[in-house]
Write a new protein. Structure first.
Length: 231
């Protein structure tokens, strides 16, 4: 892996890559990479989650083949760095012992998300592409997760303050975007011109498509994007 990893470098989660692939918008990553210099990076744990493992599951193998093709084309860059493994384990430990219900820890983060955070920390990258809601809230507003669990399960949620401090020191400065932001960015810089005179309709359809493929975006947020970008 050559060159500095700054600016237009984005570490990607399986959730967003799968949403974009299932929605037939993987071409946006190609255009953003080849025409506008964005680099889409994935730790090998994410490669396992969205390519190597589903390649052997017939229901999901076609999407895995498309993503593997993007790796072979250089649009997705797999980062294999064993040095991040110990940090990844620490992040998983802190995250999954952050909240307690009835004395038992609540599992929040898997290896792929933890590897992304560890990779971002080592290479000083601040932008993560992630549709998965829980890890995004852990980065943006961790106490909202506590409130959500208490409201949903009607039980007091305990907080491990040591884990919270350790996580906050690692998550500070990180910004999460979703597949919906990738689509909006593509629209803003003219990549939807291929749809000729129906760009606005295509944008709306694309946002709804990724929502129903797992992107955690609300109907109100979609309307706000359409009003802000289209009007």
């Amino acid at each position: 892996m050559g060159g500095s990893m700054k600016g237009k470098d984005i570490i990607c989660d399986a959730s967003s890559l799968i949403a974009l692939t299932e929605s037939c918008f993987l071409w946006l990553l190609y255009d953003l990479n080849r025409k506008h210099g964005f680099r889409f990076l994935i730790p090998d744990m994410v490669e396992y989650e969205c390519i190597r493992r589903p390649l052997n599951i017939k229901e999901y193998s076609m999407d895995a083949i498309r993503l593997e093709d993007a790796v072979n084309d250089g649009v997705l860059e797999v980062i294999r760095d064993e040095d991040i493994n110990s940090e990844m384990v620490k992040i998983m430990n802190f995250s999954n012992h952050l909240y307690y219900a009835r004395g038992k820890p609540i599992h929040l983060v898997d290896r792929g998300e933890a590897a992304m955070i560890a990779l971002a920390d080592k290479y000083d990258i601040d932008l993560l592409l992630m549709d998965e809601r829980t890890t995004r809230l852990l980065i943006e507003d961790p106490m909202s997760i506590k409130k959500h669990f208490e409201n949903e399960f009607n039980v007091h949620i305990g907080v491990n303050e040591t884990s919270l401090r350790e996580l906050q020191s690692r998550l500070e400065g990180l910004k999460v975007i979703r597949s919906s932001e990738i689509i909006t960015l593509g629209y803003r810089i003219g990549l939807f011109n291929k749809f000729q005179h129906i760009e606005k309709d295509a944008l709306e359809a694309a946002l709804y498509r990724v929502k129903f493929r797992g992107c955690s975006i609300s109907f109100d947020e979609i309307n706000e994007i359409l009003q802000m970008v289209v009007d």
